[in-house]
Design a protein around this ligand. Sequence first.
Ligand code: GDD
Ligand code: MN
Length: 401
Amino acid sequence: MPENLSSKASSDFSAPSSTVGSNNVETQGKRALRELELSVVIPTFSEVDNVEELIRRVDSALVGVVWEVIFVDDDSPDGTADLVHSIARTDLRIRCLRRIGRRGLSSACIEGMLGSSAPYVAVLDADLQHDERLLRKMLQMMRDDDLEVVIGSRYLKGGSFGELADSRVFISKLATKVGRLVLRADLSDPMSGFFMIRRDAIYQTVRQLSGVGFKILLDFFASSPKPLRFNELPYDFRQRFKGESKLDAAAAWDYLLMLLDKLLGHVLPVRFISFSIVGGFGIFVHFLALTIAFQIMNLDFTLSQAAATVIAMTSNFFLNNLLTYRDMKLHGFGMLRGWVSFCMACSVGALANVGIAAFLFDHGFIWYLSAMVGVIIGAVWNYAVTSLFTWKRTTTAKTGN
Ligand code: GDD
Ligand code: MN
């Protein structure tokens, strides 16, 4: 029960709700007895059965430290945020930031970090796979060795992947190798989601972060304007306590996009890159559908071409919803409305493409150049209009691009 958790509270920041008001009056104008030192940011999506055990363990791992936990929940259907809020009402060390219509582990971590006032911020998974007992040692290293980041590593001697399935270990090792393309530091475990970072290092880097996908630590190291002073501590990656992993096949796409953003992001927005790759695949779908309709089913050419166009647009819509706009995916009726607006926007884009290409060709441009300009203008139109009307993106901020 939440009440039990708060009654076990061990730091100055915990107070039963009845004393909160009077406490504020008594300490008016004074500082808290001891200053907040550590915020633990915990991203959650459907982790309701892990929350209480996690708080209990963090509490006992951090006796004597003034800490807070910031849960960042993406409106989990299992009521994770409601549970955290009910605990937070009586335990002031606990907070919950609830995001609506959003998804993404990295962007959740960034927003949690920005909500922290502490000099040190740790990131911890909610499923107890990370060893929270390391937090105290991490904090001590930060203070004593003047570090900017301390990372929990599964590769160092003394650490391990525990009972993680061989296939997952293989993928993690492969991703680590590929990640070195953008990484500018010699980390043993850049895929780790378990680390502590100093507040000023966050603010130095936050505007450069990609914020896409799962790999927030790698993002920090690839985006920091200057090398970060870091050290690592080994730990054994544990089994998930309750619930299921959120890492699916589409997370690999996010990872690729994050790497592309670090390599090309200053030239092209990462969503546009994803949109263009999907569009390129759409050409393949179009020709496949056309061949089946016209060559194999012997349908009329105009009818086959029209059908192939609708099929390609539909497949582009679903792929973009799944990959390009994974963090703001449309569901249910919104998906139908989105599909209609996507097809309308892309039809105009196709007309613009053909019109501009024909105009250029008529004015003496070489055929492939005319076609290329038409395709690029059509793609930019489709991207801009669907981002506004289909996925209703209202921000152009870099994070979550
Ligand atoms: N807010 C939010 N939004 N949280 C999320 C989302 C999301 O879209 N997706 C996942 N999370 C939360 C989960 O609820 C969990 O607390 C944490 O992020 C990690 O997600 P898992 O589903 O458990 O991922 P994993 O075990 O496959 O991988 C994790 O562990 C690796 C090893 O440290 C990730 O944290 C990796 O980044 C990490 O490398
Ligand atoms: Mn996990």
